[in-house]
Design a protein around this ligand. Sequence first.
Ligand code: ADP
Ligand code: MG
Length: 349
Amino acid sequence: MLENKNQERTALEKLGEFGLIDHLTKNFSITHKSTIKGIGDDAAVLDFTGRKIVLTTDLLIEGVHFDLSYMPLKHLGYKALMVNLSDVYAMNATATQITVSIAVSNRFPLEALEELYAGIALAAKIYNVDLIGGDTTSSTSGMLISITAIGEAKESNIVYRSGAKPNDLLVVSGDLGAAYMGLQVLEREKEVFKVNPNNQPDLSPYSYIVERQLKPEARKDIFELLKKLEVQPSSMIDISDGLSSEILHLCKNSKVGCNLFEEKIPLDPTVISACEEFKMDSTVVALSGGEDYELLFTIDQNDFDKIKGNPSLTVIGHITEAGEGAHLISRSNTKIPLTAQGWSSFDND
Ligand code: ADP
Ligand code: MG
């Protein structure tokens, strides 16, 4: 977890808009040759000399996408960047630059924004992206953050959602459902705290799932692993909304069907135990939970040997002809149609 140490409160009015921008951005350095001009002019200038550019943007709103009662600002900054970088890696591209736009109400002191930017700076350093601009404005209520991420790739390496073919293998990185179960723990502790603010929760048994919620990592390592293994996925998407809705996106865009095997879905043991505690079905959580930021992709069967046995990658199913539809094959070998919410009711089958 990330430390939060600054307890002072400096009003934002003391710095003014330009002073604030300078203060928040002065410690960022430029490392990419493609960044010709970063912060400090009317626009940034980039040069990708013949390579394709991918660009993605996300808007996060307090009370809708994050809750500051359990999300420390440093984590929020880190996570806001991960959400975007994950989309760049899902195109099989290298993330190179970001812009960060924020709107804040006067309830936030300078130190709060320093925390937010400390998280952004840490993520930018680890993931090697240049901060090249943004916008800063006030908000009448709460905080908004919008990040745009830019990446680059050779045209032939870009992977779309639309390239899956029948008989391709369906592969996922990491494990699923942890971020959602982490959120359940944090929401429960928030309610406990409301009743008894002196209660110090012991979250240590839940550290993995809470960390997956508060400090997710975009799978830059998987993007690099695929390059190293010389595997070019036929289609790819990142898992932000839950496995089943992402599979349906791949199937719809590629005009194919698929069979997903319930028993193959990778789950961490702490997700299984948290599901037991919260009386939730771990398959439903993996299918519908969301915020895992893992990569879901398809590969040609001939590439199976290249990924076989890799602990970060799990084959969870295969692609079929469109007419066969998208199904979950349950542990008891029942074929259940996938829906964006997980699956359609068992009794329909
Ligand atoms: P303009 O008036 O042209 O919009 P600004 O005064 O808003 O310019 O911004 C000045 C410079 O600082 C620009 O390079 C802009 O991209 C950058 N910038 C503004 N806000 C932020 C921010 N929150 N984070 C990073 N860079 C920022
Ligand atoms: Mg501006």
